[in-house]
Design a protein around this ligand. Structure first.
Ligand SMILES: [Fe+2]
Length: 180
């Protein structure tokens, strides 16, 4: 698969932490999808304001805590979330960026901002999973911020997610080629 590279600082940290090939592959995939997501979103809604690089950082690091809880790579569990935030802070990243290690698994509520919603979206749509409540949050956010009608926000976001989901089979195959 042709994927954009993870930021060098993240690659170095993953190497230092001896992250498994499966985890690195997953982070590369979700990071790549997040880049496509923010690009398409900006094209469709150029005045929507948010921190695109924070979204990409969050996508690139969200599951990093799984270096300490490798069983959560293949099974359920959320112990990797706090662990991931701690690892990132310890590595010198600001809490503002490290938070995605926790918020990617957080139930959606008022405390989540657009960047958090977009990291969750990238971590979902990469494998063609559609979560209607998450999509609704994204649509509502766009409607409120840009004062556009619901149908317009819905259509644009549905188009973007449908397009991103199209490569899901190739992504799943590629991720599973990498050992845990
Ligand atoms: Fe993930």
């Amino acid at each position: 698969m042709i994927l954009i590279d993870l930021p060098p600082a993240i690659n170095e940290l993953l190497t230092r932490l001896k992250a498994s090939p499966r985890l690195v592959a997953h982070l590369r995939l979700v990071h790549d999808v997040s880049a496509c997501l923010v690009e398409r979103l900006s094209k469709r809604f150029p005045t929507l304001k948010y921190d695109q690089s924070a979204v990409m950082f969050g996508a690139a690091t969200h599951d990093i805590g799984k270096v300490q809880y490798p069983n959560e790579l293949t099974g359920h569990g959320n112990r990797h979330e706090e662990a991931g935030r701690a690892l990132l802070v310890q590595a010198g990243f600001p809490l503002e960026l490290a938070r995605f290690a926790v918020t990617h698994g957080q139930k959606r509520d008022e405390s989540l901002n657009l960047e958090d919603i977009l990291v969750q979206t990238a971590d979902t749509i990469w494998k063609r999973k559609r979560v209607s409540s998450l999509e609704k949050d994204l649509i509502n956010y766009v409607m409120k911020e840009l004062q556009v009608p619901e149908w317009e926000a819905f259509t644009a976001i549905d188009d973007i997610l449908t397009e991103l989901a199209a490569d899901a089979d190739a992504r799943l195959g590629w991720q599973f080629e990498h050992p845990v």
